[in-house]
Design a protein around this ligand. Structure first.
Ligand SMILES: Cc1cc2nc3c(=O)[nH]c(=O)nc-3n(C[C@H](O)[C@H](O)[C@H](O)COP(=O)(O)OP(=O)(O)OC[C@H]3O[C@@H](n4cnc5c(N)ncnc54)[C@H](O)[C@@H]3O)c2cc1C
Ligand code: FES
Length: 271
């Protein structure tokens, strides 16, 4: 896998804004010149949601948007429990304790390759950073296809920005309100079987909930796709010390926080 390991740093970021996209989805903008300079697509940061000792454990979020020249980065997150609820109630001007950038990052395609990305729900967070990174590096947008699936229409965020990229986009909603009716993996597999997605000279990437990644992993094994998936296991320490985040692979157990979160989909065994 064409990825490199990087160093871990601790910083106190300054919260610049907390924007609500709908009742569950939020964008958090943080000023941290050192991390915005170091972050690569696929890396994550592990942050303390509270200054109090509870909740004790940090929470992990992918870098979603990075503006190196302004020293800022954004996280895109969904409120699912106490930690994300507390995060959504942060205010501009508050400090936030960060460990970052953690984990490995996506391998970059060669200029003559095509890429196909599949995002399920919040999986769009790191993939948007990856897309912006590639376009800044002058990767040809005509070589990029994005599959983006959500449960309901209101979760289909960032569409204006994605459309402006001039990449090919396939949308799916489970209730069928927009695009294909069903799961994004079904649409992806359909396009693959009907050969509208070409395997030759193509790199695949996927990010989303574990059941989606399991499907992608099964498809990758069956069709021998070189597909990188980003896993989102629970991460107590985030720095490789506790083994609380391990995933089974064909080469034994691996730590998602340290050996990942990006893995070759043919390598992991997701039950
Ligand atoms: C590398 C990495 C990158 C991530 N990037 C993002 C991101 O960009 N945006 C985003 O919204 N979320 C992301 N997550 C998931 C995020 O870390 C969890 O949603 C968050 O920790 C939940 O905290 P909580 O206290 O609100 O929920 P909790 O109270 O801890 O849990 C609430 C519910 O969410 C489930 N849950 C908690 N953590 C996870 C997890 N890591 N994976 C799956 N289910 C979980 C619990 O089982 C429970 O059902 C990422 C996770 C990892 C490991
Ligand atoms: S979270 Fe502790 S080893 Fe990965």
């Amino acid at each position: 896998m064409r990825t490199k390991k990087i160093m871990i740093h601790k910083d106190e970021g300054l919260i610049l804004s907390v924007e609500s996209l709908n009742e569950k989805l939020f964008k958090l903008k943080i000023y941290s010149p050192v991390f915005s300079l170091m972050a690569m697509p696929g890396n994550f940061c592990h942050l303390k949601v509270n200054e109090e000792s509870f909740p004790l454990l940090r929470r992990a979020f992918s870098f979603h948007r990075v503006e190196k020249d302004k020293g800022t980065f954004e996280l895109l997150f969904k409120v699912v429990g106490l930690g994300t609820e507390l995060l959504s109630r942060k205010n501009p001007g508050e400090k936030i304790d960060l460990l970052a950038p953690l984990g490995n990052f996506f391998s970059f395609p060669r200029k003559d390759e095509k890429i196909v990305l599949s995002a399920g729900g919040m999986g769009i967070a790191p993939l948007l950073f990856f897309l912006n990174y590639l376009l800044e590096k002058k990767f040809n947008p005509e070589r990029i296809t994005l599959f983006f699936g959500v449960k309901k229409e209101k979760e289909l965020i960032l569409l204006d920005e994605l459309s402006a990229m001039r990449i090919k986009i396939h949308l799916a909603t489970e209730d069928g309100t927009i695009g294909f009716k069903g799961r994004i993996t079904e649409l992806f597999y359909q396009e693959l079987k009907e050969r509208r997605v070409k395997l030759k000279n193509t790199m695949f990437y996927a990010c989303g909930p574990t059941p989606m990644l399991k499907k992608i992993s099964d498809i990758s094994k069956k069709h021998n796709l070189y597909c990188q998936i980003s896993l989102e296991n629970h991460m107590p320490c985030g720095i490789g010390a506790c083994f609380g985040c391990v995933v089974k692979t064909i080469n034994g157990y691996k730590r998602v926080c340290k050996d990942g979160p990006v893995f070759d989909a043919r390598e992991v065994i997701l039950d």
